[in-house]
Design a protein around this ligand. Structure first.
Ligand code: GDP
Ligand code: FE
Ligand code: FE
Ligand code: FE
Length: 187
């Protein structure tokens, strides 16, 4: 896989600040992959592509969701969560990525899912703690990410769900299922 091709293609899709975010996610994910035993080259590929569809229109994302037979209940929730599952389909169709763990890591980077692999958790967490992120509670998650991948991911999920609830936003059911499964596993 030529990473430069992926990087240049991604750069064309994103606003400059968002591409900078992507580069920071790559570095953070590689670091976390080494720390927690995921494959750094896979972490790199998934991270480069994770926000590829971030600025696609509602129409284009909807078209892909329907054509690729992604869960149609996505369309009943906030558009912000659509770029992740669609991104995985684009990675497969346009960049020929066949590694299911990489595809799944792109797919689950926004809401997570129950039974996430180490690579998925690494990408999810890197997206949340990359050094450009400034939300309440992120420093605590950064601290946890030095020590325990699962505990850190659970804290990130809890923070996100609580934040969205405080904004009266509906929570996609998979996000709740992901959080509850990790919580059960850790208790
Ligand atoms: P980004 O693409 O790097 O900005 O980060 P993400 O892909 O993780 O998140 C994109 C947006 O989706 C953020 O604004 C989250 O708050 C939001 N989000 C995450 N989970 C959910 C959810 O379950 N429901 C809704 N409505 N939004 C969510
Ligand atoms: Fe994203
Ligand atoms: Fe995220
Ligand atoms: Fe991101």
């Amino acid at each position: 896989m030529d990473l430069d091709v992926l990087l240049q293609a991604t750069k064309k899709q994103l606003k400059p600040e968002r591409f900078e975010h992507t580069l920071r996610v790559v570095d953070t994910a590689v670091e976390l992959a080494k720390r927690f035993g995921a494959d750094p080259p896979k972490a790199k590929i998934a991270s480069i592509l994770h926000d590829y569809c971030k600025f696609w229109s509602r129409e284009q994302l909807t078209q892909w969701i329907k054509r690729c037979q992604l869960p149609l209940d996505l369309l009943e929730y906030h558009k912000e969560i659509w770029h992740a599952p669609v991104g995985a389909e684009v990675a497969r169709e346009e960049f020929g990525i066949v590694d299911e763990d990489i595809l799944q890591s792109i797919r689950s980077h926004t809401v997570g899912r129950p039974g996430m692999s180490t690579l998925e958790k690494v990408v999810y967490l890197a997206d949340y703690i990359e050094p450009g992120r400034r939300f309440p509670g992120v420093d605590e998650v950064r601290r946890l990410a030095e020590i325990d991948l699962d505990v850190a991911v659970l804290q990130a999920m809890d923070n996100t769900i609580l934040f969205l609830q405080s904004q009266q936003q509906p929570i996609y059911p998979l996000a709740i299922a992901a959080r509850d499964e990790l919580k059960r596993m850790l208790s």
